[in-house]
Design a protein around this ligand. Structure first.
Ligand SMILES: Cc1ncc(COP(=O)(O)O)c(C=O)c1O
Length: 383
């Protein structure tokens, strides 16, 4: 059966801004400047202002934002970095690429983000940083994590690859406080700006997607941002003077120009995602054999990911595919299989890997497509 509802439809999103994108591409062609330059600087300023961060550094990808962010925060060989066992591979890859050891902690029960209560016991004399992941566009329990980080003098790099535009919720995640540690209210602030630095991805499928690879490191720390700027350009500030080993990880002007077209639309895109998620929540509430994602007013639903437990996930996905509804599994395994150290058990992360199923959700999803997903899923589950 041909796909009636793709898991994501970028063509529809781009059709609505095609003339603005074409004008942006033409502007870059006419400028003759393709790597860094005024277009990238303008985007960095606009993104920093949008996020409420002091500095934003345009990079080649979200993976590079993690690698460069870790190095800019002083993380390297011999260090341990505590992170979630359930994320895209790039989270642990970046930690290993800088020579550090990822230490994996389980998810909180019923959540797709790290269990803050387990983090303290995973700390050793070698622990240097935490990398919380705002998976699927929902906030990790930052208030509790920042409190632990402060007590143990750890750096915090947020993996906000999937969460551009999301804010920290009014009601704190993973603890009972009212939105943040004393003296530093987190509620309402954009994810990625709560720790020492935040890594963002503009891979085309992201809520703010470029027309190719792109990433951003955000920070309020001038030194961290300045070091990241050197690292992205072969460790160089002045031409042919290289004071450290760096990378070629510069954001290109075409990507920056396209991102500048889409950034002002992002809050609208994210509101549309939230509305579609709310309608999935309402239409699927109480269906036996299905668990809905944790609801949050500030979630940006990069993915709307349900759980189909008891070993039924793959059969349900196959049945949906048979009737033309595409789905995806983010992610079928936990990260410890790729190296690193495990702290405690990973039972919630492993249960997530065995049961998660992402349903189609993107701003241009039509009402008919939404209804088709709901009715096909209900049927596949025998509801
Ligand atoms: C959680 C997470 N971290 C990091 C990355 C890496 O971003 P990029 O693909 O831009 O390198 C991704 C991308 O999918 C991601 O989902």
């Amino acid at each position: 059966m041909a796909t009636k509802v793709p898991v994501l439809d970028l063509r529809a999103e781009h059709a609505s801004v095609r003339s603005e994108l074409e004008a942006a591409v033409a502007r870059v062609l006419d400028s003759g400047q393709f790597v860094l330059g005024p277009e990238v600087e303008a985007f960095e300023e606009e993104a920093a202002e949008y996020l409420g961060a002091r500095f934003a550094v345009g990079l080649n990808s979200g993976t590079d934002a993690l690698v460069i962010g870790l190095r800019a925060l002083g993380i390297g060989p011999g260090d341990e970095v505590i992170t979630s066992a359930f994320s895209f591979f790039a989270t642990s890859e970046a930690i290993q690429l800088v020579g550090a050891v990822p230490v994996f902690v389980d998810l909180a029960e019923g959540s797709f983000t790290i269990d803050a209560e387990l983090v303290e016991a995973a700390i050793t004399p070698r622990t240097a940083a935490l990398v919380p992941v705002h998976l699927y566009g929902d906030a990790a329990p930052m208030a509790a994590l920042l409190e632990v980080a402060e007590r143990h003098a750890l750096r915090v790099l947020e993996d906000a690859a999937q969460a551009f535009g999301a804010r920290y919720p009014q009601r704190c995640v993973g603890c009972s406080c009212s939105g943040g540690r004393p003296g530093q209210l987190l509620a309402g602030r954009r994810l990625g700006t709560l720790g020492d630095a935040g890594a963002i991805s503009f891979y085309p499928t992201k809520n703010l997607g470029a027309l190719g690879d792109g990433g951003l490191l955000v920070s309020d720390d001038a030194e961290c941002a300045a070091f990241a700027r050197r690292l992205r350009n072969h460790g160089s500030e002045r031409r042919y003077v290289h004071d450290t080993l760096g990378y070629n990880s510069r954001l290109d002007a075409l990507q920056a120009a396209a991102l500048r077209v889409k950034l002002p639309l992002l809050d609208g895109y994210n509101a549309a995602r939230r509305e579609l998620a709310r309608r999935y929540d309402a239409a699927l509430a109480g269906v036996a054999g299905l668990e809905l994602p944790p609801a949050s007013s500030e979630h940006v639903y990069h993915q709307y990911t349900v759980r189909v437990p008891n070993g039924r996930r793959d059969a349900v996905a196959a049945e949906l595919a048979r009737v033309g509804v595409a789905t995806a599994v983010h992610y079928p395994n936990t990260l410890e299989r790729y190296g690193g150290r495990v702290h405690g058990e990973l039972k919630h992360a492993q249960a997530a890997a065995a049961s998660v199923l992402s349903l189609p959700l993107y701003p241009t999803l039509t009402e008919a497509q939404h209804e088709l997903v709901v009715s096909a899923l209900r049927r596949a589950l025998g509801a």
